[in-house]
Design a protein around this ligand. Structure first.
Ligand code: LLP
Length: 443
């Protein structure tokens, strides 16, 4: 994050604080999240989309996609910076509400929201619900009728654009679980418009995640505007939600399109298609997650063991095992995601070695950083920092092998504070019903 440099002993500072001090205070592994950086990305993203929309005389709302990283503190930071929040389960909704988020500025997504989740969302007066299927449409219709409520809804459509990203992250091609096809959407909208308690406010589309170029977004926007235009015959449609998915740099060589350029490209594509069809430009909504928190995170690990492996005649790989792994960052194992690493606790003049940073879990796919050149004298006790771990690491974390989840420490103005405490062995035992009395009751 901003302000990462080294002190006079060569110790990497994160958010102005030496990594060794952070280790001494909070232990490792440790998730660090730079609050100023999250806020700066939130402000920059909001400004980018607002000005891109304003160029066409409309407004833009930016929802922070909470799935990237959600805690009450982060909800407060982004809402203070003017963002709305998007949730996709009852659990995420509960966190957002616990943080004091204004329900009317929450959006609710998901392809299989339960009746209880929908019920709760309507009950608290959620701003909008994105309907994903006909079954859900009827479920929600029954709920609003029973409660005599009015609920703003969008429907999620598949624009059919295959984003250039990992297959598991691409969501708008046809053969997947989310949303309505462009062909099926009109009947769903017609049905919504028949129901007194449902207010159709617009279409929603999300083509995937960690996308670098703007072409896919522009193409998708144009296709969705075509549908939006056709649906105007049945009544006004105030918004068009184009989802999230804006890519970030994980490694120095990564080169995503700047958010300002993406925002302008997308808004221009919408406006151009509207002009062709002779319709007013709708207000726009976006749902960035990764772009807000990804680069604000750093994970700190301690090296436990190292092992050189002669891969072939010319290549030696040094395996560096750290005290976390796929339980705190599942992304390399899930998506082949590539991170970078550096030694945080000291500098070294040793010749660089080809290093693979691996975790402590019982699988060979438990990789943190697949390939990095680090000083060849890296040794047990060294601290390793892995940047850009703010998105989808904490939120995808697990207790695999009964490894406790690390704490999350927020950094701001040279101060550090725990915003999510780390798990203890007691936490790990707490749900095991085979223990009588349970460890907590026994005390
Ligand atoms: N809106 C919808 C409807 C989404 O499904 C997502 C992400 C977002 C917004 C936010 O996307 P973002 O701006 O963060 O790219 N676990 C994967 C990413 C899964 C994304 C799921 N949906 C990863 O670690 O890369």
């Amino acid at each position: 994050p901003a302000g990462a440099d080294r002190d006079e002993h060569g110790v990497l500072r994160v958010g102005g604080i030496p990594a060794t001090e952070l280790r001494d205070r909070f232990g490792t592994p440790l998730y660090l999240l730079d609050e100023d950086d999250v806020r700066a990305h939130a402000r920059r993203t909001l400004a980018a989309f607002r000005s891109a929309a304003a160029a066409h005389g409309v407004q833009a709302r930016v929802y922070y996609a909470g799935k990237a990283f959600l805690s009450t503190e982060v909800v407060r930071w982004v809402t203070e910076e003017g963002l709305a929040v998007d949730v996709c389960t009852g659990g995420e909704l509960a966190i957002a509400l616990a943080a004091g988020a204004d329900p009317s500025r929450l959006g609710f997504h998901g392809n299989n929201k339960s009746v209880a989740e929908l019920e709760r969302a309507v009950e608290i007066g959620i701003g909008s619900i994105v309907i994903d299927s006909l079954i859900e449409l009827e479920r929600l219709a029954a709920i609003v009728e029973r409660r005599d409520a009015q609920q703003a809804v969008l429907i999620r459509v598949n624009s059919g654009v295959h984003a250039e990203t990992h297959d598991f992250l691409a969501t708008a091609h046809e053969d997947q679980k989310f949303g309505f096809t462009l062909e099926d959407a009109p009947a769903a909208v017609a049905r919504i418009r028949e129901i007194d308690g449902l207010v159709f406010v617009g279409l929603h589309c999300h083509i995937g995640s960690q996308i670098f170029g703007s072409a896919g977004f522009r193409e998708s926007a144009a296709r969705v505007v075509e549908l939006h235009a056709a649906l105007l015959a049945g009544g006004d449609i105030p918004v068009l939600n184009l989802g999230g998915g804006f890519g970030i740099a994980y490694r120095p060589e990564d080169d995503p399109t700047p958010i300002e350029e993406l925002a302008t490209g997308i808004a221009d594509a919408v406006a151009q298609e509207c002009a062709v069809r002779g319709i007013p430009v709708p207000n726009l909504a976006f749902e960035p997650g990764r772009a807000i928190v990804g680069q604000a995170g750093v994970t700190l690990y301690e090296v436990g063991t190292t092992k050189p492996v002669q891969v072939d005649e010319t290549l030696t790989r040094l395996y560096v095992s750290v005290d976390g792994g796929m339980s705190d960052n599942a992304r390399p194992a899930l998506y082949g995601a590539r991170y970078s690493a550096r030694i945080a606790s000291r500098t070294s003049d040793a010749d660089p070695a080809l290093v693979r940073v691996v975790g402590k879990h019982c699988e060979s796919g438990d990789i943190v950083v697949d390939a990095e050149h680090l000083p060849g004298d890296i040794a047990p006790g060294d601290l390793v920092a892995v940047p850009a771990t703010g998105a989808y690491c904490f939120s995808l974390s697990s207790n695999y092998n009964y490894v406790p989840r690390p704490p999350v420490v927020a950094l701001r103005g040279g101060e550090a504070r725990v915003i999510v405490r780390g798990e203890t062995v007691e936490d790990l035992l707490a749900r095991d019903a085979g223990l009588t009395p349970t460890p907590t009751e026994g005390k």
